[in-house]
Design a protein. Sequence first.
Length: 237
Amino acid sequence: MPDAQAQQAAKLAAAKAALRFIEPGMVVGLGSGSTATLFIQLLGEKVQQGLDIKGIASSEDSEVLGRKLGIPITDFDHHSTIDVAVDGADEVAPGLALIKGGGGKLLREKIVASACKRFIIVADDSKLVKQLGAFPLPVEVIPMAVPLVTEKLSDLGFTPKIRQDKSGNGPYITDEGNILLDCSSSGIADPEVTAAEIRSIIGVVEHGLFLNMAERVLLAGADGSVRELTVEDYPAA
Ligand SMILES: O=C[C@H](O)[C@H](O)[C@H](O)COP(=O)(O)O
C-alpha cells in the first residue's frame, strides 16, 4: 500500500476510535485538519442515525462541514463548556505536548481546547516525536506587526516564514484575518519556556504549542491498530 494510503487508513482508524468518547446530550468540539475532518464525517453519520449532540467548531471549514452533515452547531453564547473536543495534531511529544496549526486553525482550536473537559487528539503514528520542532511552529500574528514579530522570533532562534495561500494569492489569511509565521528551528527543547517567550512578544495573537491540554492521544498505525497515550504513558522527561 502506498504511504499516503496507509496514512489515510491510520487517520480513519484514529477518528473511528474517538467516537467512543461521545455520548448523547454532549457538546462536542469539532477540530480541524484532515484527521478531525474524518471524525466529523463519522460523527455526522451518527447524528443522521439519531445521535443527539451539538457541535462547536474550531474553524469555518469545520463549521461548514458540520452543518452540511446535519450536526447542530452551537457557540459559547449558549454553552460555556464543551464536553469533549476531538482534534488532530502535527506533532505529539512527551507530556503530550503538541504542535498544531499546520492547517492554519490554531487560534480557534486553542479556544475550543481551553473550554473543554476532555481534549482528545486523533493522529496517525507518524506524528509521535521525541522532541517538538521538526514541524515548523505556526505563530499567528497581527498583520501590521509581522516585521517586528519576525525579528523577535529570529532572536529566539527561529527562522520564521510567512505562510502562503495554496491558491498562490499571497499570504495565507487566518479565520480571524491574521498572518501565520511558520517558524523552523533546530528543535524546541523546553516547550514551556518557548511558549512563554513567544507569548510575551507584542503582536503575537497565539502560537501552535498546545501544552497540558490533551487528555489523551489516539495514535493509529497503518494496520488500523490504535494506541491510546496519556501523559502517564508518555511522560515529559
Ligand atoms: O490547523 C490545523 C490543525 O491544528 C490540525 O489539526 C493539524 O494541522 C493536524 O492536521 P492533520 O490531521 O491534517 O494532519
